[in-house]
Write a protein that binds this ligand. Sequence first.
Ligand SMILES: [Zn+2]
Length: 225
Amino acid sequence: MTTNNSKLGSVLIPIANRMGVRMGLVEADEVTKFKSLLYRSLPCIEWMGITDQNGYGVMSVRDKTTRRIFVHRLAWIIANGTIDPSTPFVCHHCDNPLCCNPEHLFLGTHNDNMADMARKGRAAKGDKNGSRLYPERRERGPIHQKKIYDAALCCEQNPKAKLTNDQTREIIRLYQLGHSGQELAERFGCGRSNIYNIVCGCSWRRLPGRTDLSEPKKSRRAIPA
Ligand SMILES: [Zn+2]
């Protein structure tokens, strides 16, 4: 058995998030606690502690930047010392999310993990797919969520609006004549980003008489094909 940290018995575990990968510290007593919560359920070695909503074993650790780890990843590191960054996912051969038997674990890429899930029939397809379960969460063209927008107070009727309809029309007109966002922000006493949001149509879209927007607003979220 190998550990990957000089501090006796503690383990460093890579945690991926949107910002990249950071290393979290699992201290020696936490490793001991992890081992005490395993039991042999042949052929697997299962975790008896808490699980996440998908049934994977998780454990809280004291490391401030990490807080919570997947225990099967910890099992892999205790057995193998490290996780190769080119194959950052620890996947299960046995398809038992509670299993921490290192012999049932393998390293893979995100695509490997997805292909493995699809092969085992666990991918959310058909009526289980998010687009069927939660259709309201997917944007679907210009009339999507129209009822919600219609019910909201728009333009100068919105109590948070800092500008009047007339001021906004003037901002759009002047911007089209070549005045800069900075200049208009100072002149109308609002933020520069507010000016850009107005002229690109991210705000004040339903300003009465507005004609400069021909295309529906583009979603910032990429919609998977
Ligand atoms: Zn297993």
